[in-house]
Design a protein around this ligand. Structure first.
Ligand SMILES: Cc1ncc(COP(=O)(O)O)c(C=O)c1O
Length: 345
């Protein structure tokens, strides 16, 4: 498989490769909340009837994201569907994507014939002159995998510069849930602005394939035509509306993830592996021996995400007390390996 199309969560393949049955793994290879929103039983009509656009989901999405009435708002079958379709809406142009960053953006814009320009995250330390060579900028905020977050004001400045020459700013906020004051959804009626939200991470509902696109109404309208009717299943619409309305679960989950992500940070530090950053759902650890470490963990049934360039690991959060204990024990072993410089791993 092409390394740029490899993602986390490939447990069956790991099971085959390492000879460990899927249910024996501690899977930390994704940034998916392991204690996701609890799915209720679905009424039979939800399975049997086609989804309808005027079922109230639009209003729920607007209230949840704080979108202005004039913004376009489109539920989609996972943000991946929008990531694939957005590049089809523009004639070939120059598109900046963060490096490192979720690789599907670069893959999909390139596939649609655009010139993809990697924007190294180190470039953020300087001025924003690099924007001048772009027509579209895709920004992942917070970034996956590094966790680096760019403030609203700077993003809005980028947007103004791009839109002045007919460009777009696409902000992927798949990991923005649980943070206050970073989302651009409240500004999403602005021309040339597109914001992607996902139910796969914070809500832990990756399997239902649900997300939303907010933005200039002309863009979300064109996206809707491209995706066609009934793109999001009736069960997904039904569950999405209920999960988004469950404010109590959301605030409790944001607090819990804050504590859990700090605990993961501590765990890694105690094992001599200080992460540079992360989000509420994962920690990012650049390390020259990342591949060997990922293999050593895999031999012990702990699956983490390995990145080749730059060499790094990403750890998702364990789900329960047993999993925390297992991770701590496994990291203790890793520390011995590192301390003794055996790196057999
Ligand atoms: C940054 C980012 N955006 C979007 C996606 C796609 O998410 P989904 O299609 O489940 O909404 C992912 C998946 O890993 C991601 O990491």
């Amino acid at each position: 498989m092409n390394p740029s199309t490899i993602h986390g969560g490939r447990l069956i393949e790991a099971a085959r490769r390492w000879g460990i049955p899927p249910d024996h793994w501690l899977d930390l290879s994704t940034g998916i909340n392991r204690k996701g929103w609890k799915v209720p039983p679905l009424p039979p009509h939800v399975w049997q009837h086609l989804p309808e656009e005027d079922d109230g989901l639009d209003q729920v999405l607007r209230e949840w994201g704080g979108a202005p009435g004039s913004a376009g708002c489109l539920p989609v079958p996972g943000t991946q569907a929008a990531i694939q379709a957005l590049p089809l809406l523009r004639s070939p142009c120059r598109v900046g994507v963060p490096r490192p960053g979720f690789s599907e953006h670069a893959r999909c814009w390139a596939l649609a014939g655009h010139e993809v320009v990697p924007v190294p995250l180190e470039q953020l330390a300087g001025d924003d002159g690099w924007l001048d060579e772009l027509d579209v900028l895709v920004w992942i905020n917070p970034n996956n995998p590094t966790g680096i977050t760019v403030g609203r004001d700077r993003l809005l400045d980028w947007h103004a510069r791009l839109v002045a020459k007919g460009g777009w700013l696409v902000v992927d906020e798949a990991f923005a849930d649980g943070y206050g004051g970073i989302s651009l959804v409240p500004m999403s009626s602005a021309p040339g602005l597109v914001v992607l939200r996902s139910l796969g991470k914070f809500f832990g509902l990756a399997g239902i394939r649900a997300g939303a696109v907010y933005g200039e109404a002309a863009i979300t309208g064109a996206l809707q035509s491209t995706l066609g009717p009934w793109a999001l299943s009736h069960p997904a619409r039904y569950l999405m509306a209920r999960a988004l309305k469950d404010k109590r679960w959301q605030s409790h989950t944001a607090e819990r993830l804050q504590l859990d992500s700090e605990r993961l940070d501590q765990c890694l530090r105690q094992a001599g592996l200080p992460p540079t950053a992360g989000t509420l759902l994962f920690r990012y650890l650049p390390h020259p021996n990342a591949r060997l470490m990922a293999e050593s963990l895999a031999r012990q049934g702990v699956l983490v995400r390995y990145f080749e360039t730059p060499s790094a690991l990403r750890f998702g959060l364990p789900g329960d007390a047993f999993e925390w204990e297992r991770l701590e024990r496994t990291l203790g072993y890793m520390r011995n390996v590192i301390d003794r410089r055996l790196v057999d791993c």
